[in-house]
Design a protein around this ligand. Sequence first.
Ligand SMILES: C[S@@+](CC[C@H](N)C(=O)[O-])C[C@H]1O[C@@H](n2cnc3c(N)ncnc32)[C@H](O)[C@@H]1O
Length: 207
Amino acid sequence: MLLPSLPQLPQIFGNIDIYLFDQLLKGRIQPGMKLLDAGCGGGRNIQYLLQAGVEVYGADASEKAIEKVRELAARVAPEAPKDNFVLADLASLPYPAAAFDVVLCSAVLHFAENEAHFRQMLQELWRVLKPCGMLFCRFSTTIGMEGKLPAVSPQKYQMPHGPVWFLADEALLREMVLLLNTELLEPLKTVLVEQERSMTTLVLGKV
Ligand SMILES: C[S@@+](CC[C@H](N)C(=O)[O-])C[C@H]1O[C@@H](n2cnc3c(N)ncnc32)[C@H](O)[C@@H]1O
């Protein structure tokens, strides 16, 4: 096997989330699978997947993001239909139930307007996932930061880098797991970005 050289790695994987990369190494995403990147932004997490035989779709509420992700797809996977990338809010996705083998949602759920919106988005991500599929989410939470951030309204916090974010706590995440009647594929993993924020990875398998 011809190994890519170390300087080639960023060209191949782009700026992929390291916890998503972990899922690739665990073999949970395979060629031929249908994958939705929900809140895809410019597509940093799908650059490699677009070229790896995965059928990639993307949805985002920003026109600019959809423009950017379409440009990326046209460059790295010209055969990928442009219509696979659509303008949509995660609270109301334009797909039938059980449409995807994998749903990614990276750095999006803390933009929820409130708890109801957060729940609605998570329920939608779950609705479009096939049985036996994987939902991978990474977002900011209060875990490990309890009492350290000023709350401006219930569950909304002034983040040190400027914005106000919705931060779910561990109890809400565990309640959602029960509500979805499922199980964690991995324990919750939370990284504390010193003095700034806490980022939690939630990986669910649909039974
Ligand atoms: C920080 S970026 C993350 C982009 C990408 N997932 C990544 O990890 O690089 C957040 C993205 O979520 C999108 N977004 C925020 N709220 C959304 C919502 N309710 N529905 C759809 N997209 C949303 C924004 O437009 C933005 O592109």
